[in-house]
Ligand binder design. Structure first.
Ligand code: FE
Length: 394
């Protein structure tokens, strides 16, 4: 470990924390300048990076973009609105992400995926989930990890139920397109929940990574999700809201819901919560795509040349090379991040382990400094207000 690496690590940490560091301005400027040089290999140079695509449109290519809650590409599937907020074509085939809204009784029959890893998080209402022979009752914030070749099904129990489904690769989305019809609404049309025709299930099997198995949605008393332990290997599991491997940096609480060990490096999913605070330092990643889905509160995000207001249900995708930063703006803000591939796991793992379930009200310490310098992050500036809000000089 060289002195240069250690100092660089402290600088990165300070910027991510939004803290002033002992290094002082001189070191900060020289280190940032050298990192800007590192970033110059980005095609067109840093100054040529485009802004986030206009809200409401999926880009159809792997570039940074931003969607307001409800926006995306929507299909009506058996009485549920399946809204793509990321298709394979928007992510370089790294992942697909849908937000599924429906009413009481809406269901997806038992099925499995041969190669796709799927993760589910409940956003509103109650959901019954059948997963690998177990029958769960899930509420907002509960999480399920569904490895390939795992039988699963769900049924909605509330009049307004919403969940998100995140999957690696590009082979799941065609299932919803085949089972459903293009839809311009944002909520399901009525209380009537039509069954999905068997012929459509067969068609979906032809075009997507899905196999339906005709297992009945049996069992009268699903068990409320209580598990608090993240497994150490790939297996089906559920996690109760607020659980998972928890760490803290400053006043923010990170909860790892799935990681490299549980998804074969495909879906690193981390919940971040905290109070209002400063914008973290602008940075970018060389190897991994990072995503932000706001669950509670309010955030700001900087993404290339755009400063975005991010509210519950809003989504921002920042592929590798996108200059970004975020700021929590409400007394309680929570967002879900999915990072793929999972090379940034050690950022969270090197933070301070935390046993509590609320964010620290007295800021805690930071991660392992030496580890920080080894991670997939290039820092571009010291923390401070975003440019659009910077105070004018007299
Ligand atoms: Fe980042």
């Amino acid at each position: 470990m060289t002195l240069h690496r250690i100092l660089k690590g402290k600088l990165v940490l300070a910027a991510l924390l939004g803290l002033t560091t002992f290094d002082g301005q001189v070191l900060a400027q020289s280190a940032a300048a050298s990192m800007l040089e590192k970033g110059a290999f980005i095609q067109g140079g840093l100054e040529a990076i485009q802004a986030v695509t206009p809200k409401g449109e999926l880009p159809g290519q792997k570039i940074p973009y931003y969607l307001r809650s409800g926006e995306g590409e929507r299909y009506l599937v058996g009485g549920m609105v399946v809204n793509f907020i990321a298709r394979g074509s928007d992510t370089g085939d790294l992942y697909e992400w849908t937000v599924i809204t429906g009413g009481k009784g809406a269901a997806l029959p038992s099925h499995s995926h041969s190669t796709t890893h799927e993760a589910i998080l409940v956003l509103d209402g109650e959901v019954e989930l059948w997963l690998a022979g177990k029958h769960h009752r899930m509420i907002k914030g509960d999480f399920a990890s569904i490895p390939p070749a795992t039988a699963h099904a769900f049924r909605m129990l509330s009049h307004h139920t919403q969940l998100m489904s995140i999957s690696n690769g590009n082979r799941l989305g065609a299932m919803y397109r085949t089972l459903g019809k293009s839809y311009t609404g944002y909520v399901q049309p009525s209380d009537h929940v039509p069954a999905l025709p068997q012929a459509d299930l067969k068609k979906a099997e032809q075009v997507a990574d899905v196999q339906f198995d005709d297992k009945p949605l049996a069992g009268q008393t699903p068990q409320r999700v209580t598990n608090a332990v993240l497994p150490k290997s790939v297996m089906p599991y559920v996690l109760a809201v607020g659980e998972g491997d928890r760490y803290t940096i400053g006043d923010q609480l990170f909860g790892i819901l799935s990681d490299n060990a549980t998804t074969n490096g495909k879906l690193l999913i981390v919940s971040t919560e905290g109070p209002a605070g400063p914008m973290i330092g602008k940075h970018y990643h060389l190897k991994h795509t990072e995503t932000f889905f706001c669950i509670d509160g309010q955030m700001s995000m900087w993404a290339n040349q755009s400063l975005l207001d991010v509210n519950p249900g809003d989504f921002v995708s920042v592929p590798a090379g996108t200059i970004h930063a975020f700021q929590l703006k409400s007394p309680y803000t929570r967002f879900m991040g999915m990072l793929t591939p999972g090379v940034f796991e050690d950022f969270f793992r090197s933070a301070q382990p935390y046993t509590q379930h609320v964010y620290p009200q007295v800021p805690t310490g930071g991660p392992n400094f030496e580890k920080m310098a080894e991670l997939d992050v290039v820092l571009l500036e010291r923390p401070g207000p975003p440019p659009a809000q910077a105070p004018k000089k007299d």
